[in-house]
Ligand binder design. Structure first.
Ligand SMILES: [Zn+2]
Length: 285
């Protein structure tokens, strides 16, 4: 029987299989592997194919719920030279890392598959994961900038989500952000459910000998808590520390330059409030 590209039964490294959602396994398998080896023509981002416009038989839910994929394999993709932080020997590629991650984005999750790197020197025999600081710090700026994620043990977060927290205006809190992200995710998921049910509904009315069995759509993935969001925001600040220090120095410089008619009230060691002097503000100039 002939099968369409991407729909043949997908082979994946056994451990990776457990962390890739079922609906993504087949297409990722054929996009990344050939004869159980990683393809040589890989790319950084993958968009799975959209559901068909017309179905001739009752559709399966998989194609309606696939995810984008970020393939973070700097060694395999760009052939960058990476060295072992302990002995300095050049690291070699050791294939895909056993765990795929789900990355929280503004309105959906996407997946990330990474690679393992290996130091073969006799004293080391150590492996490194391509998302670790050891590896990221060795990339040049252009390549490093492609990795815009913050990782924690359980979840991973795209920087686009955290950017909303950088604007710390009144009411812009982690819990509000979580509510907004949850709403975005539900809306996107509902859109997909609608699309799937719409495609199924065409077959409900068709006369058929046996009743058609439709498959349940996959369940939506939960959104992490606002506490987690705050922890990720903390990591974001730490990673931008140098930039933040520079902007504090420049703001402090501006305060020193302020006209002597304005009073600077220091509430505590890190908050400043600038108040115009009541009597003199109108008379000046
Ligand atoms: Zn080493």
């Amino acid at each position: 029987m002939e099968t369409a590209p991407g729909s043949e039964p997908g082979w994946l490294p056994a451990k990776l299989m457990g962390t890739i959602p079922p609906q993504d396994q087949k297409w990722i398998s054929s996009a990344l592997w050939k004869n159980k080896r990683l393809r040589t023509d890989l790319k950084l981002w993958y968009d799975p194919s959209e559901p068909a416009l017309i179905y001739h038989q009752a559709p399966a839910p998989e194609r309606f719920f696939t995810h984008r994929l970020l393939l973070w394999m700097p060694y395999h993709l760009w052939r960058v030279r990476l060295s072992c932080p302990v002995c300095g020997k050049q690291l070699t590629g050791y294939g895909a890392h056993k765990r795929a991650r789900q990355v929280l984005d503004v309105d959906r999750y996407y997946l990330m598959i990474t690679e393992t790197l290996w130091c073969s020197s006799a004293g080391c025999k150590t492996s490194y994961i391509s998302t670790s600081k050891t590896i990221l710090d060795q990339l040049d700026l252009a390549h490093r900038m492609e990795f815009r994620l913050i990782l924690t043990r359980k979840y991973a977060c795209d920087i686009r989500v955290i950017r909303f927290l950088r604007e710390r205006t009144l009411g812009n809190s982690p819990s509000r952000l979580v509510r907004q992200v949850r709403e975005n995710h539900s809306e996107e998921w509902l859109k997909r459910v609608c699309r799937y049910l719409g495609a199924c509904s065409d077959f409900v009315v068709q006369p058929s000998l046996h009743p058609i069995k439709f498959h349940e759509p996959p369940k939506p993935v939960a959104i992490p808590s606002h506490r987690w969001m705050l922890a990720v925001y903390g990591r974001d600040i730490l990673s931008r520390m140098d930039h933040i220090k520079a902007s504090i120095t420049s703001t402090f410089g501006n305060i020193l330059k302020i006209d002597s008619t304005k009073k600077v009230n220091i509430f505590n060691s890190c908050h400043f409030k600038i108040l115009p002097h009541k009597q003199t503000s109108k008379i000046q100039h």
